[in-house]
Design a protein around this ligand. Sequence first.
Ligand code: ATP
Ligand code: MG
Ligand code: MG
Length: 529
Amino acid sequence: MRYVLSRSFLIRSLTTKSSNTIYTCSRRNMASDTRTYSHAIDKLNTLQTPYAVIEAKKRAGIRPDALSIREMRAYITRMGYSPQDLDRLNIVHVAGTKGKGSTCAFVDSILSHYKKTHSIPRKTGLLISPHLIAVRERIRIDSKPISEEQFARYFFEVWDRLGSNPTAFDLKSDDPKTISFGGKPIYSRYLTLMSYHVFLSEGVDVAIYETGIGGEFDATNIVEHPVACGISTLGIDHVYVLGSTVEKIAWHKGGIMKPGSPAFTIEQVPSAEKVLKERAAEKDVDLKVLDIDPRLEGVAIRPDASFQKKNATLAIALAEAALKKLDPSFSCDPTAPLPKEFVDGLEQVKWRGRCEVKEEGKVIWHVDGAHTVDSLRMAAWWFADECSKRTGRKVLIFNQQGRSEAVDFLEDLCNTVKEADPAGNGFETVIFCTNVTYAKTGYKQDFVNHQQNPKDIEKLTMQRLFADKWSAIDPSAKVMVIPSIEQAIETVRREVEYVSDGQTVQALITGSLHLVGGALAILEGADAL
Ligand SMILES: Nc1ncnc2c1ncn2[C@@H]1O[C@H](COP(=O)(O)OP(=O)(O)OP(=O)(O)O)[C@@H](O)[C@H]1O
Ligand SMILES: [Mg+2]
Ligand SMILES: [Mg+2]
């Protein structure tokens, strides 16, 4: 069965209006009223590379290269800093295909708990990507997203500094002072630069950095002396930028290792591990490949899955390396139990949108931002395991905008859930929607995305492709194509009509962190963080 909802809302949804309350500024003059959080996000959104430019670059074979790093150095100089200033931040640098953000969140949480008892570190900084609900989540101090006021203030300080310091045009030179270019850095680079300014201004003494894409040429890779580097699980993603084999991808990710800085990774597929070891040898780095830390026995890591234990293992090693540098009295004994601060940090970490369960009356929402083959398989197993605790119909909301290869993920998702059910029941209702947040007002301001083909969103091209595929895989499922996340959620809520007493609707929302963030914004209110 196939259903496609009315698309009358689409014209409105494509004119992207803010649904946020505008931050009310205490400063009264006109100039400061144009410098609110909402204005900052609007300006930031103009730095997204538009879809047409991305496509043109692909056609011309333009990929990030060493020039990207030289440009970042030039921007840092224009902001009034030098790359050496970043050494004050004692950066923990993390790359990987999956588990980067989770690993960073664990490190951040361990260090925050350590701080409570030892007053070291003074302040932690965290840069992560992408954001789930609001852009300011990406830059955190002492584990909390910076406030709207801080975001607006630092955003415009960087804006002014970058605009007021143009230098000569010579991108070939290695001297950052002679490198200049007219415009502003693109979105992710801007936020990385802004994070340096925030952390240096706020006196952060340990900062955890998640790479954006890859490592070697990533915006975060201008740090020369990280306090430790970690490489989480490698797999296939971002093939246009990084290459289509795990070896090529490993080469990029291995680019974050630096001579003189401890480096760690966890078990990888052998060909990836080989490349990482070669990259380490090239840089004279002693890369440690860690087995799951036996000290995790009895520590309640959520979810209780081996991938998460790998992330936790990496995080422990990174936190230990940082504390060795920051606290002369810190010593770690791998044969003794984990210190309490480490256990608390791992068990109490807050990492939204990953393996999250939310009960809403008879609807049990399972929310996970998985979006690669491997992580979607993990998400499917996790959902199947959760479903074994209750009874009731299973419902899926899925999207992955702009990646037609995502169609190949669906069969695995369908079969994993079916096979795990003792009665062989799979998803009864399957909804494919866009990442457009609201039916009437379009995207929440923090989710505006110029990087997707607007025609595909208007015509629901991807969603129709997914729906056709699902109908072929599982003809008994009710398959629907729905234009917005809000309408998809409303549709699932109506499914409670079909469940009998004692049963629940078990809904999985997955396929994209943008989808999951939008869904949480609707389930909890626009500014839920
Ligand atoms: N080590 C891992 N191996 C495989 N899958 C993982 C691993 N860690 C996390 N995942 C899955 O990937 C999802 C995203 O995790 P996380 O945000 O930590 O990854 P990330 O590397 O930061 O991803 P992104 O590319 O979105 O920045 C999780 O919800 C989980 O399903
Ligand atoms: Mg990624
Ligand atoms: Mg991430």
